[in-house]
Design a protein around this ligand. Sequence first.
Ligand SMILES: [Mg+2]
Length: 262
Amino acid sequence: MRIADRYDAFLFDLDGVLFREAEPIPGAAEVLAELRAAGRGLAFVTNNSSRPPAEVGAHLRALGIAADPTEVVTSAQATGELLAEQGVGTAYVLGEAGLRVALAEAGVGIVDGEPERVDAVVVGLDRAVTYERLRIAGELVQRGARLVASNADASFPAPGGVTWPGAGAIVAAIETATGVRAEVVGKPHAPLFRMALGRAGGVRPLVVGDRLDTDVAGAAALGWDAALVLTGVTTAEEAARADPPATYVLEDLRGLLLDPGA
Ligand SMILES: [Mg+2]
């Protein structure tokens, strides 16, 4: 049986799975069209908190990949929904537009300046972070604010083959300063995956990703299957040594349309 016929929901990571920077990965548009035609639920899941879903959907469509913004689930959105559900009313935010908009849309009040107290300090990638804002965030956590991270990615790929500090590097600064560990919403943690499955619909999800530490480990922790594609950051050798291993290791996502036992 084809992998596509074994699951009713497919939760796709983006970078390294559907595209690499500005280039679509071969077969991405066709495979998604085939899954849609077969009635499978789809969601596009990203730890990136800086771009709102509409922008992510537009980027996919510009690459020729059909995607509706309602199918895009970002760590920023999941953070907003989770905090609103938990009754968090006010937040001090280290983050960019995607995170601030998602929190506001969920009904969380964003407090700027130098507040005495807030319910939560929320951290995502913030390319304009300053010592001043790290200090205020740290003081608020010491006065009892929850420390919540949209994701804890240490770094992200940058031009020239180097990496730049990610949200996790900013979270680590506050954790180091306060001794408080952040609650993390994004992959490999469960909240983002659960929200993605809710969006896709279905009860038998397959996570499709290119990273062992987020996509595969996160799926395994939930007892879900994962397909690792070799079009991103992980090599076949690394995939073979992985613990936990991916359910399937595929050259690219066209493998979803094949029977791995054949
Ligand atoms: Mg990826």
